[in-house]
Ligand binder design. Structure first.
Ligand code: C2O
Ligand code: CU
Ligand code: CU
Length: 492
């Protein structure tokens, strides 16, 4: 009788475990399903018109459309100057730009320049809403080192949905250092915007978001291409990787385990290239890698499963096919960035941020009318992020930072460059030396937040002001305006 009970109990345990725990631990995968039959789409470079004073005017129109991802199925999507994703903006350091952002949706949206140093009123965060039918025209001078930045909507509570439906694009900044790398757009300098999606049986984007991370997809799009391949014609190709997914992290590598050179983090070139065979990016992060090819060879860009939750996917992303004749490119320079690494002074102000299982920062949910931190513009500070639960990451607007340490240890060599978004593992303390933008403005707040979009939308975001140094104590932490200021220009 006793053994009987014991066996029954064991059986029950196996069944219960099989139904719940075990199922979640199995990595989500698309491996074996793909044929790599669709040529990778290349986001077009958007052509500016140049005003007599030299200002480059770009027009970005947010619109609805339909896109064929899955063979024979039309998917309702959103895009910018097209039906899905947006064009690539390419500028040089020193350029003055005006962006005319036209919102043709029938609801408000915004466009935020992620990774850009600019005046807070131009940032495109939740306070710079563009109403349906409206146009918003921010302008600023590009004044930061070369980087692969990007743009996407930032409506408080709806960022996940707007990005997921297709609103995102790359914004590339060149300078003298970056031009030494392969720079022929679409030829040996190829953007790769990686996103996971869930499709319904009739090919629509499913917004089912029943995980604590929101929507985690089981299919991959690269530049909005399902099942993609790309043919390369150069012996050295620079890929600009952008994780534009709502929540999924990717541990990038190639199926033949070839190594590559990491040459840039989110916000700028590394001092020196770092040779690796894996690079992990959480949502919002970017990396530039340079891969060497031999004529005629093939390999598959892959994402390896490195854990649970947002890191548990095992995906084939893109097949790369090298042409039988390849253009030789110059060897990659040993010294890349000529800009010294970000250093906070000895007496730098230290601020602490607590992340938990709840979508809060320092036990507070985002409040559009509350200022959480007042920071002197143009200074460098130490921000210490403590994660007490779940997987999160951390992004700061109008700033670049260097990761000082993770749990007291220096970050891996490839992560020591300029960044604006960083993965914060569960239980970790991550210290950042942050260099802030230099445009004081006590009326327009900037954001810091978890870039897992469900968390951000749920309130895992705070607001800070960059103010004239010395005036911090006089600044009110209640915002003068209670309403979101809508952009009316061009609407009437
Ligand atoms: Cu990529 Cu605050 O955003
Ligand atoms: Cu941002
Ligand atoms: Cu989070």
């Amino acid at each position: 009788m006793k053994t009987y009970k014991y066996i029954f109990g064991l059986l029950l345990l196996v069944v219960v475990f099989g139904l719940s725990g075990c199922k979640d631990e199995k990595p989500v995968t698309n491996v074996g399903k793909l044929h790599f039959e669709n040529p990778l789409k290349l986001p077009q470079l958007v052509e500016p018109t140049i005003a007599s004073d030299g200002t480059k005017h770009f027009t970005l129109t947010i619109q609805t459309g339909t896109t064929e991802f899955l063979p024979g199925k039309m998917t309702d999507t959103w895009g910018i100057n097209g039906s899905y994703l947006g064009p690539t903006v390419k500028v040089s350091r020193g350029d003055h730009v005006t962006m005319d952002v036209v919102n043709k949706l029938d609801e408000p949206s915004t466009l935020h320049w992620h990774g850009m140093k600019l005046p807070a009123a131009m940032d495109g965060g939740p306070h710079q809403m563009i109403e349906a039918g409206g146009t918003w025209s921010p302008n600023w001078t590009i004044d930061q080192p070369a980087a692969t930045t990007w743009y996407h909507p930032h409506i408080h509570g709806k960022t996940a949905q707007h990005i997921y439906r297709g609103l995102a694009g790359m914004f590339l900044i060149d300078d003298e250092d970056s031009k030494k790398l392969p720079s022929d757009y679409g030829v040996n300098d190829i953007p790769l915007i990686v996103q996971d999606k869930l499709f319904t049986s009739d090919g629509q984007l499913s917004e089912k978001d029943d995980t604590t991370f929101g929507t985690l997809g089981n299919e991959i799009l690269v530049n909005g291409t399902y099942d993609p391949y790309v043919k390369v014609t150069a012996s050295q190709v620079r890929f600009r990787l952008l994780n534009a997914s709502n929540a999924r992290a990717y541990d990038f590598g190639f199926t033949d385990d070839r190594s590559f050179k990491v040459v840039a983090n989110d916000a700028g070139l590394l001092e020196k290239p770092v040779t690796l065979d894996r690079v992990m990016l959480s949502p919002g992060e970017r990396a530039e890698i340079v891969v060497t090819f031999k004529p005629g060879e093939e390999t598959i860009l892959h994402s390896y499963s490195s854990g649970s939750g947002i890191e548990n996917g095992e995906f084939d992303l893109l097949k790369v096919v090298a042409a039988s004749k390849l253009t030789e490119s110059a060897p990659i320079a040993k010294q890349l960035s000529s800009i010294p690494p970000i250093k906070a002074p000895k007496d730098a102000k230290v601020r602490q941020f607590k992340l938990t299982m709840k979508s809060e920062i320092n036990d507070k949910k985002m409040d559009m009318n509350r200022i959480d931190e007042v920071v002197p513009a143009g200074t460098k500070e130490i921000w210490e992020i403590n994660n007490f639960g779940s997987s999160h990451n951390f992004h700061i607007h109008d700033a670049a930072f260097r990761v000082l340490d993770v749990n007291g240890k220096k970050p891996p060599e490839y992560e020591r460059g300029r960044k604006d978004t960083v993965f914060i593992p569960n239980g970790a303390t991550v210290r950042l030396a942050v260099e802030f933008g230099n445009y004081p403005d006590q009326n327009h707040p900037l954001m810091y937040h978890c870039h897992l979009l469900r968390h951000e939308d749920d309130g895992m975001m705070g607001q800070f002001l960059l103010v004239e140094p010395g005036t911090e104590s006089q600044i009110s932490t209640k915002l003068p305006k209670t309403d979101t200021e809508y952009q009316h220009n061009g609407h009437h």
